[in-house]
Design a protein around this ligand. Sequence first.
Ligand code: GDP
Ligand code: MG
Length: 302
Amino acid sequence: MIKEDSKKITIALAGNPNSGKTTIFNNITGSHQHVGNWPGVTVEKKDGFRDHHGYNIKVVDLPGVYSLTAYSPDEVVSRNFIVDDKPDVVVNTIDASNLERNLYLTVQILEMGAPLIIALNMMDMVEATGHHINVQALSEEIGARVVPMTASHNKGTDDLLKEIIDIYPGKQQHTLFKLNYGHEAETEIAKLEKVIENSPISQKYIPRWLAVKLLEQDEDIIKKFKKAGTAYDDIIKAKEDSIAHLQSIYSDDAESIIADARYGFISGLLKDVLKKPPVERLTISDNIDKVLVNRWLGMPVL
Ligand code: GDP
Ligand code: MG
């Protein structure tokens, strides 16, 4: 039962497959769960709720994805929920022991302008392998709250709930994340923002995000502009011109240029926040290689 006087918060859980989304979902909602389908697609929809400190928190478990392009129904469902339903908070579950790969999705969620909290999960794995993550630095560099967790031991759930309530609209200003794509791409992004500015689509979504999506040839976004009608031919022409211009300068397609810039940002970030153990222990396959090499050389095996 939802109490009459409780304030409602809707959160979406977004993350790579196996980042611990379901575990965190279960920790938050317990037995208050409902499973159905997303409208129009055979993608499972799971939601649940939790009453906490006078708030009714609705939790929507989005499909696990690595990216937010429009290549799969899972990706379209995830990002449409974030940009269309505008949950109060997006909780991005991250497998902290695979930080680089997981942050690729994080960057894309940030670019959508969603208020974000990072559930930095699998901290037990990070510690077990002798790695160290500077949580404070990570939080500062991406401009989002970061909650270290070990969901499989139900560690961090209360901290996460506290941050969710704390970021709730009206309580906290959130700054728009802006990744720098380099001078040439930024010039094209600015041009595209101008061309799309009178389209109703630009009232609904963040224009910069739309411009980047156009450079990425995102079919779902192109369809949205087509449906809206306004300046559609101009938008398509501007998009083609921009892509051709970037191609001529970088000898690479715009989609790759965008992806490379995201990876560049992430690798810079990792240098600041991730400390590897001083000596990496040899993996099993390294040891086998060593034995084989030594046999080949006829030297005594270690
Ligand atoms: P999902 O695919 O994102 O929904 O991930 P799941 O919640 O199903 O978790 C994937 C696997 O990781 C499961 O076997 C979980 O038990 C495990 N897992 C979840 N959280 C943690 C954690 O913090 N540490 C460790 N070591 N394993 C975890
Ligand atoms: Mg799951």
